[in-house]
Ligand binder design. Structure first.
Ligand code: ADP
Length: 405
């Protein structure tokens, strides 16, 4: 038997020599004999018992006749002579040997090629995870040459690990940003009623500490405290329902009363900011199908933004106009101010979470408004003229029984 026991470029091994993957040419002559003498597990069965003993026998029967440079590199052998004429079992870890002998058996049965992953045993100890391919060129056991190629899985594994890491980082940051959004929303929505509660309580104390305490005025302030406390609790309950994906309850509601309630809540803010309020509420509107707390939140946010824009922008005319009208199918609500209007450069980002041009702004108010109105099957429209003001408007569906009337 002539054996080409080197990894030099040879006539038949030229291609193999330059392959970027490890390739071993093996002699399977003795292995075919072992397989031919295997006994079937049961009489009449085509299955053969490949016990550990048989695996070892086959692994020892297949000798390495040729190794290309990539194979030597992966096996960490400097000199190919160290592995030539040695059994394949000497470079395969237990799992790889098992797959190899099963593959060998399949080649014996006429399959052309088998692929599997496993570990190489590298020189000096240790293992290296690789992807194996086992094949024979001539599908005939009269030919003794079979080929085993292997390429490192390290890069693929580390790429997958990086991808997994990135994905979990992304998932974490998405969770954190969702958590941040929720926290910011609660802080934003509860801040205003809490401010009113503190201011009203302080004013109430002053009325009571007068020489002649004003019980009437204190009663009004206590009512305001109770209303704002209830509103903060409602906001939190709605947020909790939103977070748990519960569909919010939508009942017939009178939009004009919701607006009037919002005005009551914002009265002190308007006075502080010297904002004049103009209400143009259309009488005889049909009831809308809405979640009252959420729509109250939208109106409070839009009206408060308008008041802030006018006072922060030092507008000399500070008029906030809230208008309702009966559109073709929806009840329309407009919140219009005479402030500085929206800077065209920021218009696209206005409804993004955490976008704010205010020094102490959280940038969550308009994002909340948009998601509430979209959940009601509608959209918030914005019209703005620089230096002349901004108008936010949205429609709300009416109760079905009133839709045609
Ligand atoms: P925040 O009020 O915390 O800044 P919002 O989401 O409510 O967050 O508003 C985002 C930004 O939209 C504001 O910082 C402001 O620049 C702009 N904006 C909102 N309403 C108006 C308005 N009526 N006039 C001018 N700018 C407005």
């Amino acid at each position: 038997m002539s054996i080409n026991a080197s990894y030099e470029v040879t006539a038949d091994g030229g291609l193999i020599h330059f392959m970027p993957m490890g390739i071993l040419r093996l002699s399977a002559k003795d292995a075919w004999n072992v397989i031919a003498n295997l006994r079937p597990i049961e009489i009449g069965s085509q299955a053969f018992e490949l016990s550990q003993d048989v695996s070892c026998a086959l692994g020892n029967a297949c000798l390495i006749e040729q190794a290309n440079p990539s194979a030597c590199a992966l096996l960490q052998v400097k000199n190919p002579a160290m592995i030539l004429m040695r059994p394949i079992a000497s470079v395969l870890a237990e799992d790889a040997l098992k797959h190899f002998t099963e593959g060998l058996y399949q080649l014996f049965q006429g399959r052309a090629a088998i692929a599997y992953d496993g570990n190489l045993t590298v020189a000096g100890g240790g293992e290296h995870q690789v992807a194996f391919n086992l094949w024979q060129v001539e599908r005939d056991t009269a030919s003794h040459d079979i080929y085993l190629s292997f390429s490192s899985l390290r890069e693929r594994i580390s790429l997958e690990q990086t991808k997994d890491g990135l994905q979990s980082d992304l998932a974490r940051s998405a969770r954190i940003s969702l958590l941040g959004e929720m926290t910011a929303s609660i802080a934003h929505e509860v801040n205003q009623p809490l401010g009113t509660i503190v201011a009203s309580a302080e004013a109430g104390l002053r009325w009571l500490s007068r020489d002649e305490p004003d019980i009437g005025e204190t009663k009004i302030l206590l009512e305001r405290i109770a209303n704002n406390g209830k509103r903060a609790a409602d906001v939190i309950a709605t947020m909790r329902a939103m977070a748990s994906n519960k569909k919010s309850e939508r009942l017939p509601a009178d939009i004009n009363s919701i607006i009037e309630e919002a005005i009551l809540l914002l009265r002190t803010d308007f006075a502080k900011r010297q904002v004049t309020l103009r209400l143009e509420l259309s009488p005889m509107l049909p009831p809308v199908k809405a979640n009252k707390t959420q729509i109250l939140q939208v109106i409070v946010n839009l009206a408060l933004n308008a008041a802030q824009a006018m006072s922060d922008g030092q507008a000399w005319n500070r008029t906030l106009c809230i208008r309702t009208s009966w559109g073709a199918t929806d009840v329309m609500v407009n919140v219009e101010d005479s402030g500085p209007g929206i800077d065209p450069h920021v218009r696209e980002r206005l409804f993004d979470s955490f976008f704010s041009t205010k020094e102490t702004g959280i940038g969550i108010g308009l994002a909340i408004c948009r998601s509430i109105i979209e959940a009601h099957g509608s959209r918030i429209e914005l019209q703005s003229t620089p230096h002349l003001g901004a108008r936010f408007s949205f429609g709300l569906p009416v109760e079905q029984t009133h839709a045609d009337g």
